[in-house]
Structure formats: structure tokens, C-alpha cells
Design a protein around this ligand. Structure first.
Ligand code: ATP
Length: 134
């Protein structure tokens, strides 16, 4: 089975770098499965789990937005933050989710609603990534 190099990079570090058979991402206009020799493209990503297929194994990475660039020789995902499924602290994500939900429930017409919404989405993506690993 042929492979291509997948890199997931944040401003702080390279989170993932492996030869994979396929990567499945949530683009802003829907799910995209990228196989070797895909035509080059750039797409913004949703805050969501990314699935990398290697043989019969699936690996999951929480990717918080950013872009995917499909190049001739590799696929690069650039995001503000990303975590390997195994590195996700589930209780931290649960607490972050509850905190964001509490803030949103207060329904104050304040500027922080959008911030809470984004924090909620990140926490949900982390919890979904851990669930996908099961
Ligand atoms: P929190 O409120 O718990 O800090 P957050 O969504 O505000 O969550 P971010 O600003 O997205 O956190 O991330 C800050 C740093 O912490 C990043 O390096 C990110 O990868 C890491 N991080 C955040 N939440 C978790 C988690 N639940 N498990 C592992 N790493 C996390």
C-alpha cells in the first residue's frame, strides 16, 4: 500500500510526522479523505479530530482549526494547537467544556461569548478525539 508523509505543525512544535496511507480531515465544507497522489490543494479546517490511517491502524489527532496543504510530496496541516490522542488530558478537557458551557449559559451580551464558543469547540474536539480512539 503506498504512503505519503503527513506533518501536523503548530507554532510551538511538530506534533506529528509519519508516513500514512490516508488522512481524513473535516474541511470547512465537509469531510475530506486524502490518499497518495491527490491533486494539490489548500483548505481551511474545522476544529475536529484528524484521522491518519497506517495499514490497519487509525491514529487520531485533535486539530484546532488551521489549514491543510496537500502538496505533491506531502500533506502539511498547520494549526494554532494540536494534540495526539494519547496526549490529551481528558479531565482538563471536561473541565474546559463545563467552564465554557457555564459562560455561554450566562447569556450576558458580552464580548466573551465568542471566546467561550471557541473554547467549547476545542474541548469537544479533544473529547471526540479520545472517543474515536476507543
Ligand atoms: P484550557 O482552558 O484547558 O487551557 P484551552 O482550549 O483554552 O484549554 P488552548 O489555548 O487551546 O487551551 O491550548 C493551550 C495549550 O494547552 C496548547 O499547547 C494545547 O495543545 C494544550 N492543551 C489544552 N487542553 C489540553 C488537553 N485537554 N490535553 C492536552 N493538552 C491540552
Amino acid at each position: 500500500m503506498s504512503t505519503f508523509r503527513l506533518e501536523i505543525v503548530t507554532p510551538e512544535h511538530k506534533v506529528y510526522e509519519k508516513d500514512v496511507n490516508m488522512v481524513v480531515v473535516k474541511g470547512v465544507s465537509g469531510e475530506l479523505g486524502i490518499m497518495p497522489n491527490h491533486i494539490p490543494l489548500v483548505t481551511p479546517l474545522k476544529v475536529a479530530p484528524v484521522k491518519a490511517k497506517i495499514g490497519n491502524d487509525n491514529e487520531f489527532i485533535a486539530v484546532h482549526g488551521g489549514f491543510m496543504e496537500v502538496r505533491k510530496d506531502k500533506v502539511v496541516i498547520l494549526a494554532e494547537a494540536a494534540e495526539l490522542g494519547n496526549d490529551i488530558d481528558v479531565s482538563r478537557a471536561r473541565l474546559a467544556k463545563e467552564r465554557a458551557e457555564r459562560r455561554l449559559a450566562q447569556k450576558q451580551a458580552d464580548m466573551n461569548a465568542q471566546r467561550a464558543e471557541l473554547a467549547l469547540r476545542r474541548a469537544i474536539a479533544r473529547l471526540e478525539t479520545v472517543d474515536d480512539m476507543k
